[in-house]
Design a protein around this ligand. Structure first.
Ligand code: TRP
Length: 348
């Protein structure tokens, strides 16, 4: 992305943030995650806190548990049902209120998926191949490029446009996605008629959460602190983190990935600067650091875990939240598909 495009995205996002705060009722947001495994601190700091903030501001909030995206880069769908259930639990434990927000799954909303067909006609193969997120995920998958991975930005456009979401909270690495979604909305209007407005990116200042080995926190790297871990399990994964032989604790992500990841996680959970925590520990060593991190994470997550356990005690309730979410998503999607049929003339 060019510097110019990036600067105008930042400017647009700033204007959008002001407008959303002034008149939240005019906005609807869509965001979500792939139910490939338990949600972790990276999800919480990366997107979930921001969606709760928007919800509490009064923005209508739609959350897709993107089950069809699970199979973009792998052969097996895995324990998708359990992961959907757990993701719904974590969203609610974090403050998503099912009376105000909608939690739904791709596979239960046929009309959403049908939008992918006309949308596919609006993009070229070259545009799909150029998408940086597709390229990165392809490289990480170590597999041949599947049709679903190649076209998933278009599927994601359907996620956003089916409900006419006009605010999409993203990190800056996802701007190319939003750009493609805007292009699809624009081309649809040009070719068929005005059904979709261009969604806007709300850049979130969410921090990159390192996993315990210094790489990005990710289920597939096995370096994550999941939201559902017990305090003891948390202590265990923190203890397993590879640090180094230097006793004096300092913050230097390049040369000391393990130590610095621990400091960053402690910083996020306590709202302090990692370097300040390092200075305080000084030569007390990695053991002291690990104890501090474990306590910071466990006390930061204590309330989340308490609410999570309470909700988990009633699986029927969680299931009913997803079912009702799916029902509402279907109503919205069918209405949008009707408008699409009308402007395309495919109404019989
Ligand atoms: N791709 C997102 C993830 O990996 C999940 C997702 C699916 C999403 N559709 C979306 C996010 C639309 C934002 C908007 O977590």
């Amino acid at each position: 992305m060019s510097t110019h495009t990036y600067i105008s995205s930042v400017e647009r996002s700033n204007v959008l943030a002001t407008n959303v705060a002034a008149d939240p009722g005019r906005y609807r947001t869509l965001t979500g995650e792939r139910p490939t495994g338990p949600l972790h601190l990276g999800h919480l700091f990366g997107t979930i806190r921001e969606r709760v903030r928007l919800q509490d501001l009064g923005v209508e909030t739609m959350i897709v548990l993107a089950d069809y995206q699970v199979i973009t880069d792998r052969d097996a769908i895995g324990h998708v049902r359990r992961h959907v259930h757990d993701a719904a639990l974590d969203n609610m434990a974090a403050g998503i209120d099912p009376d105000r927000s909608t939690i739904f799954t791709h596979s239960a909303v046929p009309a959403l998926n049908q939008l992918v067909l006309p949308f596919l006609s609006l993009v070229t193969e070259a545009e799909l191949h150029r998408n940086p997120t597709v390229k990165a995920e392809l490289a990480a998958s170590g597999r041949a490029l599947g049709g679903l991975l190649l076209t998933y930005p278009v599927h994601q456009a359907a996620d956003i446009l089916f409900c006419k979401a006009n605010v999409v909270p993203v990190g800056k690495d996802q701007l190319p996605h939003i750009e493609m979604e805007r292009v699809i909305a624009r081309r649809f209007s040009d070719r068929y008629g005005a059904v979709f407005d261009e969604p806007q990116a709300l850049l979130t200042a969410s921090p990159d959460v390192p996993g315990l080995d210094g790489r990005k926190m990710s289920k597939s790297f096995g370096n994550a602190i999941t939201l559902s871990m017990t305090p003891d399990q948390t202590a265990q994964v923190v203890r397993r983190t590879a640090t180094d032989s230097e006793r004096h604790i300092s913050y230097d992500p390049k040369t000391r990935p393990g130590v610095s990841a621990l400091l960053t996680v402690a910083g996020l959970c306590t709202g302090r600067e990692p370097a300040a925590i390092a200075a305080e520990i000084g030569s007390a060593g990695a053991g002291t650091l690990k104890t501090l991190v474990t306590e910071a994470v466990n006390s930061y997550l204590a309330e989340h875990r308490r609410r999570r356990a309470k909700l988990a005690a009633d699986p029927g309730y969680v299931q009913s939240v997803v079912r009702q979410g799916n029902q509402r998503a279907n109503e919205i999607a069918e209405q949008t598909l009707d408008e699409v049929r009308t402007v395309m003339g495919t109404y019989y």
